[in-house]
Design a protein around this ligand. Structure first.
Ligand SMILES: [Zn+2]
Length: 148
């Protein structure tokens, strides 16, 4: 997969940095509690940092969740001012366009969100359940608007 972006009229793919480590002290501090984050580099070009060991673990558990993480970060890369709910919404819709979304996968993602910390920062809607709820509201609203 590649994350295509356009920044100031220049089109290309977001830079991907795979943070490999065996010792936690070598884990990128940029990652914080996340398994992936998007940052703009010194030139303002979108760069996604991935937690490589977390990716390996996650891919054994669920390709769906990892795809969702990827498209969520890609949405940040494509639009650095997008909200967290907006990035989730964009990820969901992109997976739909690529034929990667169905009832089972949607339920897997729901479970992942419900298992998130019960208290999340307000930009994540305050809780995993609310985060997911607002994501689906955005998805339905966008899908309805596209049918008009
Ligand atoms: Zn995000």
């Amino acid at each position: 997969m590649q994350c295509e972006v356009t920044v100031n009229g220049k089109t290309g793919v977001a830079t991907e940095i795979w943070n490999r480590y065996t010792d936690l002290k070598d884990r990128s501090p940029e990652l914080g509690k996340a398994v992936a984050v998007m940052r703009l580099d010194g030139d303002g070009w979108p760069t996604i940092i991935f937690d490589q060991p977390a990716h390996e673990k996650s891919i054994q558990g669920s390709q769906t969740i990892w795809d969702f993480v990827y498209f969520h970060e890609c949405a940040h890369a494509q639009n650095p001012s997008i909200t967290e709910i907006g990035a989730n919404c964009a990820a969901y819709l992109e997976m739909g366009r690529r034929g990667l979304m169905n009832y089972h996968r949607s339920k897997q993602l729901e479970t992942m969100h419900f298992n998130m910390m019960s208290i999340l920062p307000i930009e994540y809607a305050g809780s995993g359940a609310q985060f997911w709820h607002q994501t689906l509201q955005c998805v339905r609203k966008t899908q309805q608007e596209s049918l008009r």
